[in-house]
Design a protein around this ligand. Structure first.
Ligand code: RFL
Ligand code: PHB
Length: 390
């Protein structure tokens, strides 16, 4: 089999790239190890930046997001028993939409299937070959048979554990990493929203985040030990912890409900600046990871493929390779901005067991500052909505 662009992974990066390339007259094949049902039901991100929404709408896959997603014009920080609002729209003129990642995936899969895309789920044994030549290929198993896909380019959109990044020789790769000494315990529950807007809470017991999915389903997280297990946490214990961390002294309380999913998410910052190796390009989590505190991961994946689709269009339609040559340099500006923002939001709001009382007071001083200084709040808001200068 032959195609122009072979895409490994049908997450947001791979599916959106394949869709954008199709709209620019470029053929692609997407290979995914998981089933369609699995990718359409895995609970992950929830916050879409304005630029992500605009691109999805422009690409014709934003109708359901517009109808069912919730537009948010601000969020709150909870600390020292009080709540302080960051007026995203007032400070930046932009907003965010809360719309679950797996709903974005359903919309993208439907659009790709409608267009007759070559999208293969349940593939296995994916390996990449001849990447440093102009005729790379991808070998994989599907339907009990061995296949080889010849292509002009291979795009690695296979997330942090995929095969693409590992196919770049370690000696050529420049990687940067930070592992945090805590994780997030996440729940989904049947309850009305606890608040009109998201709440990021800093408490001496640890961080908590009150998010939402729909008028009837809420998403909440609290910082936990990385060795914690879901079995250790009864529903009552979860609610006691969330109340302790996120309720405010003026009587505003989060609303309990029936918990129907619990999971634990690790926290890591990672960047490989080697986003290209010959005819292989990396996009999304395959190239970089952020802790979820800044809500940037999905948005960065979308930003990467926007740059990459324009570069591939210039290559095929104008015979220009310069945009491809500059892909990593262009993408890394936004990536490092988001890496810093996510690290900073995490550091300002999470408990560290080794923090001295002095350092704990610094966290509170910083939260006071970003919630009272218009200049500091504007900088934070620009980063959160995704319009910070890079
Ligand atoms: P994905 O989504 O991991 O997709 C990669 C796909 O590749 C497949 N794959 C392979 N396919 C073929 N061959 C192989 N060898 C393969 N190996 C893997 C996988 O099965 C998968 O389907 O990467 P992509 O497309 O780069 O998208 C990145 C985002 O998914 C990720 O950054 C976000 O979910 C991060 N994130 C958030 N991002 C935001 O922008 N806003 C948020 O509010 C937000 N909240 C979150 C998050 C991530 C979380 N978790 C679980 C880490 C909240 C959480 C809890
Ligand atoms: C979510 O709703 O899952 C969510 C929201 C904001 C974040 C991270 C996750 O920063």
């Amino acid at each position: 089999m032959r195609t122009q662009v072979g895409i490994v992974g049908a997450g947001p990066a791979g599916l959106l790239l394949s869709h954008l390339l199709h709209q620019r007259g470029i053929e692609s094949v997407v290979l995914e190890v998981r089933s369609r049902e699995q990718i359409e039901s895995t609970i992950r991100a929830g916050v879409l930046e304005q630029g992500t929404m605009d691109l999805l709408i422009e690409a014709g896959v934003g109708a359901r997001m517009r109808a069912e997603g919730a537009l948010h014009h601000g969020f709150e920080f909870a600390f020292e028993g009080k709540r302080r609002r960051i007026d995203l729209t007032g400070l930046t003129g932009h907003s965010i939409t809360v719309y679950a990642q797996h709903e974005v995936l359903k919309d993208l899969v439907a659009a790709r299937v409608d267009a007759g895309a070559q999208l293969y789920f349940d593939v296995s044994d994916v390996s990449l070959h001849d990447l440093d030549t102009d005729h790379p290929s991808i070998c994989y198993q599907h339907g009990g048979e061995q296949h080889t896909l010849q292509c002009d380019f291979v795009i690695g959109c296979d997330g942090s554990q995929g095969v693409s990044r590992k196919s770049i020789p370690q000696s050529l790769r420049k990687d940067y990493e930070r592992v945090y000494p805590f994780s997030w315990f996440g729940i989904l529950c049947e309850a009305p929203p606890s608040s009109d807007e998201l709440i990021y809470a800093r408490h001496e017991r640890g961080f908590a985040l009150i998010s939402t999915r729909s008028p009837n389903v809420q998403r909440m997280y609290f910082q936990c030990d990385p060795h914690e297990t879901v079995e250790n946490w009864s529903d009552d214990r979860v609610w006691a912890e969330l109340h302790a961390r996120a309720d405010s002294h003026d009587g505003r309380q989060i609303v309990d409900g029936k918990i129907f999913q619990k999971n634990i998410v690790g926290m890591r910052s990672f960047v490989t600046t080697t986003m290209r190796y010959g005819r292989l390009f990396l996009a999304g989590d395959a190239a970089h990871i952020v802790p979820p505190t800044g809500a940037k991961g999905l948005n960065l994946a979308v930003a990467d493929v926007k740059i990459l689709s324009a570069a591939l269009r210039a290559f095929y339609q104008e015979g220009r390779a310069d945009l491809l040559d500059h892909y990593a340099e262009t993408a890394l500006k936004r990536i490092w901005r988001a890496e810093h923002f996510s690290y900073w939001m995490t550091s300002m709001t999470h408990r560290r067991d080794d923090a001295t009382p002095f350092e704990q007071q610094l966290q509170i001083a910083e939260l006071e500052h970003v919630t009272t200084s218009r200049a500091a709040a504007t900088a934070l808001a620009e980063n959160y909505v995704g319009v910070a200068a890079v």
